[in-house]
Design a protein around this ligand. Structure first.
Ligand code: CA
Ligand code: CA
Length: 299
């Protein structure tokens, strides 16, 4: 299997990034990934302020997918996720929702063992591995890997895990897919500015879809289909995600505008992905029972 190692990483998603590997459409590729700190944190004595900030949020890649052309949709099937044996968390003044009430910085290293992450002496939680940063190159100006947008990027969506399928836009030839910033576990919102940040590897199958009208980024899990949207405020992100799913229902399931809107109000769940990145991210979740009832098959 083609494997991309962590020595080939980027800190901005850009059309002029040189591809580090090429894959055929339909090929399976393994991306080894650093944690969001570039794996700089080795002990709990280290603080956020002491890190080399030029090495924050590395994304492994980019991968050039043959026959992926602008206007296509890149289907990324997340086949498997491997995690390191420990994760890292930090906080501090100015960081996250609690940034205004914290007076100093702290670091926590969290052991990962037997499918659990140990938070402290009293609390352990089952792993819920997810990919924080995954995206393609934008057509216009480069976007740093700490920022989410229409290209994907730092969406920090807890649902982007193994067994799910993410649909991303192809804005430039080859798509230039890159990913990183995995979390062993994170709550919706990522309110403290990070999840359990962890290195590992992600195995994906990449397929260029022609004539696919899905709104992107779009995620399909076992239970739900989700439109993901990032914007300057949570309000705008929520509106964007909702309207994207509304368009999906009208365009793909052929519902009327009223029927689609009422359905979202009854059965759609508008959720926050993260509130701590330069742009905020929301998702509108629609139960798969809806697409199944309409006989709709995802490409
Ligand atoms: Ca992130
Ligand atoms: Ca992160």
């Amino acid at each position: 299997m083609l494997t991309i190692h962590t020595d080939t990483k980027i800190h901005r998603m850009a059309r002029d990034n040189a591809p580090v590997a090429r894959a055929k459409s339909g090929e399976t590729v393994r991306f080894e990934t650093l944690d969001c700190f570039g794996c700089q944190i080795k002990t709990e004595d280290q603080r956020l302020g002491g890190l080399d900030w030029s090495n924050i949020n590395p994304a492994t890649g980019p991968l050039f997918i043959e026959n992926a052309m602008p206007g296509d949709v890149l289907k990324v099937e997340i086949l498997g996720i491997e995690l390191d044996d420990h994760g890292v968390m930090v906080d501090g003044p100015g960081e996250g929702v609690m940034g205004g009430v914290l007076t100093d910085e702290a670091t926590k290293i969290l052991p990962v063992e037997n499918g659990m992450v140990r938070f402290n002496d009293k609390l352990s939680f089952p792993l819920r591995p997810m990919i924080g940063v995954i995206g393609t190159a934008p057509a216009g100006d480069p976007i740093d890997t700490g920022t989410p947008g229409a290209h994907g990027g730092n969406m920090d969506c807890t649902k982007i895990g193994a067994g799910t399928t993410l649909y991303l836009p192809v804005n430039v030839e080859g798509a230039l897919l890159a990913m990183g910033d995995m979390h062993a576990l994170m709550g919706d919102g990522e309110v403290g500015v990070c999840g359990v940040e962890i290195a590992g590897a992600i195995t994906v199958r990449v397929t260029a879809l022609k004539g696919c009208a899905l709104p992107t980024p779009f995620l399909v899990t076992e239970d739900a289909a989700m439109a993901i949207f990032s914007a300057e405020t949570v309000d705008e992100a929520g509106t964007g995600a909702t309207l994207a799913m509304h368009r999906f229902l009208m365009n793909e399931l052929r519902m009327s505008d009223h029927e689609a809107g009422m359905l979202l109000s009854v059965a759609g769940n508008l959720c926050i992905c993260q509130v701590v990145d330069p742009e905020k991210t929301c998702r509108m979740e629609l139960p798969r029972a809806v697409t199944k009832a309409y006989g709709y098959q995802f490409a």
